[in-house]
Design a binder for this molecule. Structure first.
Ligand code: NAD
Length: 302
């Protein structure tokens, strides 16, 4: 029988992703430091184990979905990590789907190759609904032959798997996309705030934006102004979307990566967007959807 798959980090994203691997007929062994998330995984039919090392000792392919870089380094390189003695071996494939800085993806790839183990970075776009419905987009960085092998697994959890280049380039693609998204969302919020002051109907503005040069995903698919669209966070008090704090994390990674690059790159628009979401978070709305920035810009918040 083929070896089971491993999954580490069974949270909001990893939980449903692991379930989709089970739905596709795979046996999945998993680990999470959260006892309740590990129990939910077991309830869904997964086999819980006691460490990343234990997972890598029984699974040839392991997917990780962790909060950030520090957790990734711990899970891969720690004493009980995937790459510890008795864990991943020659022929194993490790796929990190967490969002972190490209340098972490490159460091993990190096650590793995020193042990003859294959590793790719494969961060995702699409939130928890896409994780549940297996419609995520994966951005993969690593040697091209590994892309084929990783795609065979990732396709069970998403609808698009894109090859982005060498190690770290999946992370690079993710950070660049979210940098643009953070900025365009702030721009659409400002446009709607101005429309309000000028007495322009908000639906009318959205209609114009979406058939004119201001059109973008933030105006058309995820409009931040209440009353313009159904089924978006703005229509339900900015709950249940992409948290402001997660956007803040991605903008921090993007501006940090730009500063660490040679020569240094300034991202003034990204930096300003980062400060705007920081204020939103500092005012207590860090867990609200990032499009809630509209209320802070239009100063409608009590
Ligand atoms: P989450 O906090 O819900 O899940 C992370 C899980 O990792 C938790 O269950 C936590 O207990 C576990 N964990 C932490 N340290 C661990 C360790 N050392 N060993 C084992 N398990 C450990 O976060 P999430 O929303 O699932 O996000 C995961 C990643 O996906 C993040 O990098 C995030 O930026 C990215 N992402 C999230 C979304 C989203 O909408 N939630 C969308 C795209 C990308």
């Amino acid at each position: 029988a083929s070896k089971p798959l491993g999954f580490i980090g069974l949270g909001n994203m990893g939980g449903p992703m692991a379930r989709n691997l089970m739905k596709a007929g795979h046996e999945v062994v998993g680990f999470d430091v959260s006892a309740s998330n590990l129990a939910a995984f077991a309830d869904a039919g997964g086999r819980p184990l006691e460490s990343p090392l234990a997972v890598a000792s029984v699974a040839k392919t392991v997917v990780t979905m962790l909060p950030q870089g520090s957790h990734v380094l711990e899970v891969y390189g720690g004493k009980e990590g995937l790459l510890a003695d008795g864990g991943a071996e020659n022929g194993s494939l490790l796929i990190d789907c967490s969002t972190c800085e490209p340098a972490i993806g490159q460091q993990v790839a190096r650590m793995a190759s020193e042990r003859g183990v294959s590793a790719v970075d494969a961060p995702v776009s699409g939130g928890t609904p896409a994780a549940e419905q297996a419609t995520l987009t994966f951005m993969v960085g690593g040697p091209e032959p590994l892309f084929q092998a990783a795609s065979a697994i990732l396709q069970h959890m998403g609808k698009k798997v894109v090859y982005c280049g060498d190690a770290g380039m999946g992370q690079a693609a993710k950070l660049c996309n979210n940098l643009v998204l953070g900025i365009t969302m702030a721009g659409v919020c400002e446009g709607h705030a101005l429309a309000e002051r000028l007495g322009l109907d908000q639906k009318k503005l959205a209609e114009i934006l979406n058939t004119s040069s201001g059109r973008c995903w933030s105006s058309e698919v995820y409009n931040p102004c209440p009353g313009v669209m159904e089924g978006v966070p703005a229509a339900r008090g900015y709950t249940g979307g992409f948290a402001c704090d997660l956007m803040l994390k991605d903008l921090g990674l993007a501006t940090g990566a730009a500063l660490a690059s040679k020569p240094k790159l300034g991202l003034p628009m990204g930096g300003l967007a980062l400060q705007m979401y920081s204020q939103m978070s500092a005012r207590g709305d860090g867990t609200k959807d990032f499009s809630g920035l509209f209320l802070h810009i239009s100063e409608k918040k009590e």
